[in-house]
Structures are given as C-alpha cells and as structure tokens.
Design a protein around this ligand. Structure first.
Ligand code: BGC
Length: 736
C-alpha cells in the first residue's frame, strides 16, 4: 500500500518442497481500490461513518460488559460491517504463528508454526510465504478475515518476552521476511496487519515506557524494517504499539502515523490500535484510524464521540472520511468483500503440519558440533534423553499469539502470577514428542528418559548411555520480559553435571531467543530449536540423526553476557511489578528507554561498534557439509558471487553480504542474503541488488550517501567475513 521504491532486494528463489497452499490472489490495483473506497464513503450516513472506526473484543472477559454480536467468532476483535453498502464485518484473530486459542476459548485446534525467530532463522522468504498462506487459510475456515500478524519489531533486547514472536535484529532480514509472510496471508483474500508500530522493544512497562531515539536512528533501523515490510507485503493494516515514543503514545503519535507512515511512505491502508492502547479521541487527528477492542480503553472514543466531533469540527470530519476510506481501501484491495469468509470446511492438518515441520527443519541452528558428534548414528545402542518435557512435546511461547494444536497441549504447566491474564497463561508444550521421534529414528537403541528434576539421577542415566541429549527450555511470554539470559530452573547446573558425566552430551535448546551457555566448553554439540511448532519433535530428531542437514542461521546475536548489551540492565526491570500485562502503571511517567545509546546499531552492529565478541554472532549456523563463497564482484549496486558446496553432503547455505566500510569508516550492515541449495561439489552463482537505503544515513529529512569507496564482504556470519571488495559510488540524496 506504500509507494514502491524502485529496487529489488535479495529475495530467495529457492523452491521449497512443500505443497502449494494458496494461489497468489489476483492483484487488485490499489488506485482502483482507493477510488472505490472514496465512492463508498460518499454514500455513507453520519451514523455509518462511525461503524468501521471501532470494535470490540468479542469475548466474555470477566468484569467488562459488552454485547457480542451473533455473527462474531470468538477471537481478538470484531468490527461491525455495513450491509447496506456491502461492507463485511471484520473478524480478527491473532497471529503470526497460527490461529490463536484466545485464552482457552477456542478448542478447535490450529496448526502451530514455529516461533517468529525460528521462521527468521530459515532466512527463506518463500517459506514464510507458505507459512502465511497456511495460517491465513486456517483463519478463513474458522471464519476470520483479518489476521493480527506481521510482528516485525527489531530485537533490540534479547530479554524481551516477545522476542519469539518477532523476527530478527536486522531491518533488511526482518522486512523481507515479514513482507513474504504478509503476502502469504493476504493470498487468502484476507487482511494482515504489520505490527507493532513502532519501537515496541520491551514488555516491562510496555504501555508507558517512553522510547527516546533520534529520527535518523529510527529511520535506519526499526522504521526501515516496517518500511521494507510494507513495500513488499502491502498489508491492509498497520497496528500501532502500546509504548510511548518521544513522549507520545505510539497510537497517538502524529510523527509516526501521519508524518512517517502516511505522508512520507504514502501508506494507503488503515492504522488499527493495539488492544487498550488508545489514550483519547485526538488520536484520530494524529493518524489512528480504528479503535480496537474498545472495551479495554477508558472510553469508546471512535463511536458517538467521534460522530459528535465530526459534526462540529472540520478537521475531525475530514479525518473521519479518510479513516473510512482507508479501512475500505484495505477491504477492496485484498478482495475481502468479493471473497466473503464463511466459517466451515475442513482443515487439512496433516498437510499443514508439513509446512510447520519444514519451517522448523530449516530454522533449527546447529551451534556447536565438536569432533562431528552430530549427526548421531542410527545404530547407537543407548541414548539418555533428559529434561524439557521431551517425553511430552515441544515448548511454545505464551500470550495473544498462543496456538493450541488439535487436542490442546501435551503438557500445560500453570504459572503463578497476578493480573487479569494470570489464570490464562501457562507453559504449554505442543503434541510432538522429541523422545518418541528419537525412538523412531534409533529403532535398536535403548532410549531412556529422565525429566531432569533430580541432577544425580539424570547424571546416572547419562553415564550409562553412549550419548546424552538434554532438552533445555526457556519459556517466554507476552507481557513479561526475562530478568536475564540464563536457563531457568537450574538447567545450567543440570547440563554442566551431565556433560561432566558423559563427554558425548548434546544440548537441544527450546528458547524464545538468545541464552547464555556457561557449560558450552563441556558439551559436544548444541542445537537451537527455538519454539519449533506442531512438528518440532520430528524436526529436531531429523536434524540430530542427519536426515535433515541443518541450515538455520541466527537471526539475532547471542551475547556472551548481559553486560555486553547496550542496556546491561533492562529499563524498569528493578521496579515494575510483573503481571503478564507489562506491569502495573504506578510510577509510569518515570520509565524511559534510551535507544540513542545504540541508535541504529542494533544487535550485531552494536557488537561490531563495541568490538565485543558475542557467544554466537548474527548469521551464524553450522552444517554437516561445508561451503565456500568466492568471486565477489560489484558493479554499482549489483553484487554477484559464487557459492560452492565443498563437503560430502547435500545442504543449504545462507549466503550473506555485508557492507564493511564506507569512505574509510568501518561499517557492518547486512545488505543482501540468499539461501542456496547445493549437492556435494555443486556451485551456484548468486546475484543481488543492494537497496541503497542500507548504505545511506537518514539526515535532514532524507537519505544521504556520501561519495567514495564502499567496501563489501561475504560473510559466513556477521563476524566471519571474507576479503572486502570495494566499489566507488557517487554521492546521492533522496526522499523516501
Ligand atoms: C497484543 C497484540 C494482539 C492484541 C489482540 C495485544 O495485547 O499486543 O499483538 O494482536 O493483543 O489480541
């Protein structure tokens, strides 16, 4: 829905061996959708003009009375339609990982994709498209026509409780991937959001934390991820965020919504509020188009109140027409009205599980493999599997994105806590048991399991086995950040003790994001499986035993310790009382997050600037084969190089191109990437076109590239870089 900037980014062209799930919807021209929307607005009465502007959460939430319309589906949101004008009601569900279970109110099951970071670790836009198409299709069958997906906030802090829902710390990787996921979702003729706009970097005090950042730093980082995602995904809606930015609530920010999104980027869709994020009616003038879940706000601002304002104030009247036009443009552009959603039909869960499994397989990252301890031999005689509820299933993250597979979770551990959501939040494990999948791979082995609660008992089992596989978990949730990056519940001590007893110890991590690994030197192998979704157990076993050659690469930096982060202590973590909602509001005016510390140098760029050595760098990931990159050539913004499989097995590499220097100054920016599938000995030529924004600075209201030498290098990751190749580029300045 934005003006498309004339460039092509490095889209992967890998054909993924998964079923075609939806045809790309025939594109409806934005201009014709907009013209039709304007014509419909002309026909609207004053009452009709405040129908599409607000909605409810169609759920019987304790204590808040709300009338639930008959055609509503239990989900996150409901916006009434206008049948006289053929405008359908908007029925909204979360989210990027599958159709969510809305706090236990849906028992109908849905396919759980792996977490957002797991999806990003594939570096494979085609796979994100397939995932989006899959969950968008399920949303349709369940009666929804809006998916509250597209989480693309940059991972500025690995302790953020929602890291698992987002993608990465890099604007290019995040933007390209979210764009693909959104295209997949909207291929079902439904609307997807992109969220949470913007700078929603932590859950601690999420509704009031005030982010300080310069415009240049924001434009080159978090906002660039949104900009690329909007260009490539054309989402019907942008969901604004809970936090404040430069003193204003994000959903009431004239700078973010009017100046950047609508004026500078030319976005034509609508801005919907996050749930309970609207501070007042003036948000309409500041660019907000729709009030979501209005019973969670202090009042229904965008209903009768807005009608009255529009009757007496010109600015509100003009905005009200524009608000309607924007919602209708999104409806018409996605074809949502022409392809009405009617609940019903069968979901092919078996077929969809294959998509989830493929994402998990391509997203699992092999972090350590001493002496080729992996892959494990299927002829192993004895295996001790320890911890992580591996006998039951695989961990998932909690909050509004929580998905229940068919039959609900295999394991559900309640967590104590205060606040209205506490009773709904639990540590849930999808029904995909790694233990069973390991047994199926190693048919002749004696496979024993210990839950890991008693260290001595686990050590005893590990001693008796040829190989010990420890499943270590870090549960994370919306509404709550983790206090540090250790593995909770004494798991670090468990791993150290088991590794001391059996040198052939493999650690499988199921974590929301980065963790520290004080035991790393002691273990033979480590794989990061993230929250691996509906078929995570099978995907993990497939990687462990080499049926899948690991090819995931880290979409975020794993720090060696919290002291390396721009904020060694997370702002507010010492005084905000946790309550699964981001924390009670007392003292709310005192919470600031200073993002000017790192500016646009998020993640690996901060580490490069500080010359700090992380535990594992951004882009890192091992394989059971080996690759080489060579012959890097640059002609203007066009780069080409060769990737070769130099090992003995078929495998996928993720080629990464970085800017490493500009006019004599050191830089570190990912400027292109491509997943390449290669047979042993095979090679492929890769060509990429570099988006000039990745080489530029944002200053004085536009992009600026100084004239001079630009140095680029191919990297196995953000640190293991090849020899730089330099190209002279002319000075350039341009607007969005
Ligand atoms: C979350 C959104 C979500 C919404 C509706 C909010 O708490 O921040 O991501 O889409 O709830 O469930």
């Amino acid at each position: 829905m934005a003006k498309i900037f004339a460039f092509t980014t490095a889209l992967s062209s890998i054909a993924v061996a998964i079923p075609a799930l939806a045809q790309q919807a025939s594109p409806i021209s934005l201009a014709s959708a907009e013209a039709r929307a304007a014509a419909t607005v002309k026909q609207m009465t004053a009452d009709e003009k405040v129908v599409l502007t607000h909605g409810i959460m169609p759920l019987p939430l304790g204590g808040i009375a709300v009338e639930i319309p008959q055609d509503a589906v239990p989900g996150a949101g409901y916006i009434a339609g206008i049948s006289r004008l053929g405008v359908p009601a908007l029925k909204e569900t979360d989210a990027s990982l599958g159709v969510s279970y809305v706090m236990g109110l849906r028992k109908d099951g849905a396919t759980a994709l792996p977490s957002g970071v797991a999806q990003a670790a594939t570096w494979n836009p085609d796979l994100l498209y397939s995932g989006g198409a899959t969950i968008g299709g399920e949303a349709r069958i369940k009666g929804f026509n809006v998916l509250l997906a597209g989480g693309v906030n940059l991972a500025r802090d690995p302790r953020n409780g929602r890291t698992f829902e987002y993608l990465s710390e890099d604007p290019l990787l995040s933007g390209v991937l979210v764009g693909a996921a959104i295209r997949g979702i909207q291929s079902n003729n439904i609307i997807s959001t992109i969220k949470h706009f913007a700078l929603n970097g932590q859950e601690t005090g999420r509704k009031y934390v005030d982010v300080k950042i310069s415009e240049g730093a924001a434009r080159e980082s978090d906002l660039l991820a949104f900009q690329i995602g909007i260009e490539q995904g054309q989402p019907g809606s942008v969901m604004c965020a809970y936090n404040r930015v430069l003193g204003h609530q994000a959903c009431d920010s004239d700078w973010l919504l009017n100046k950047v999104l609508k004026q500078s980027w030319g976005y034509k869709g609508f801005v919907m509020a996050d749930w309970g994020a609207v501070p007042g009616i003036q948000a309409a003038l500041n660019g907000l188009d729709q009030q979501s879940g209005a019973q969670l706000d202090p009042a229904v601002f965008f209903g009768d109140q807005l009608k009255a304002k529009a009757a007496s104030e010109r600015a509100y009247a003009a905005r009200l027409d524009d608000m309607n036009k924007r919602v209708l443009t999104a409806i018409y552009a996605t074809g949502l009205d022409k392809h009405p959603v009617t609940p019903g039909g069968e979901i092919d869960f078996a077929k969809h599980a294959l998509v989830a499994e493929e994402v998990a397989k391509q997203g699992i990252v092999l972090l350590k493999n001493s002496g080729n301890a992996l892959p494990l031999a299927k002829t192993a005689k004895s295996i001790a599997v320890i911890g992580g509820y591996a006998d039951g299933g695989v961990l998932s993250g909690a909050g509004s994105s929580q998905v229940h597979g068919v039959g609900g979770p295999a394991v559900s551990r309640p967590v104590q806590g205060s606040g209205p959501l506490a009773s709904f939040i639990a540590q849930q494990y999808h029904r995909s048991s790694p233990l069973e999948a390991i047994k199926a791979m190693a048919k002749d082995a004696k496979v024993s399991f210990r839950d890991g609660r008693y260290i001595a008992d686990a050590v005893e089992k590990a001693k008796q086995a040829e190989v010990a596989i420890i499943f270590a978990t870090q549960w994370t949730t919306e509404g709550l950040d983790v206090p540090d990056l250790s593995l909770p519940d004494g798991q670090d001590a468990l791993i150290a003790a088991v590794a001391a007893a059996n040198p052939n110890t493999i650690v499988v991590l199921e974590t929301g994001g980065p963790v520290t690994m004080p035991w790393l030197d002691k273990v033979a192998g480590v794989i990061e499986a993230w929250y691996p979704g509906a078929r995570g157990g099978e995907a993990i076993a497939s990687v462990l035993f080499g049926e899948t050659n690991p090819s995931g690469h880290l979409p975020l930096t794993f720090p060696a310790s919290e002291t390396q982060l721009p904020r060694p202590k997370l702002d507010g973590s010492d005084w905000v009382e946790p309550d699964f909602m981001g924390g009670a509001t007392s003292g709310s005016d005192k919470l600031y997050a200073d993002y000017d510390i790192e500016g646009s140098d998020v993640g690996y760029r901060w580490f490069a600037r500080q010359k700090a050595k992380p535990l594992f760098p951004f882009g890192y990931g091992l394989s059971y084969t080996s690759f080489s990159n060579s012959d890097l050539k640059l002609a203007g913004l066009k780069a080409s190089f060769t990737v070769r499989n130099t090992g003995q097995r078929q495998g996928d590499d993720v080629a990464q191109l970085y800017l490493v220097g500009r006019t004599g100054q050191e830089k570190r920016r990912l400027v292109g990437f491509q997943r390449v599938s290669l047979a042993p000995g095979a090679q492929q030529q890769v060509s990429l076109t570099i988006d000039p924004r990745l080489l530029a600075d944002w200053k004085n209201g536009g992009w600026t590239m100084p004239a001079g030498d630009y140095a680029f290098a191919l990297g196995q990751d953000a640190e293991a870089l090849g020899a730089p190749v330099t190209v002279k580029l002319a000075a350039r300045t341009w607007k969005d």
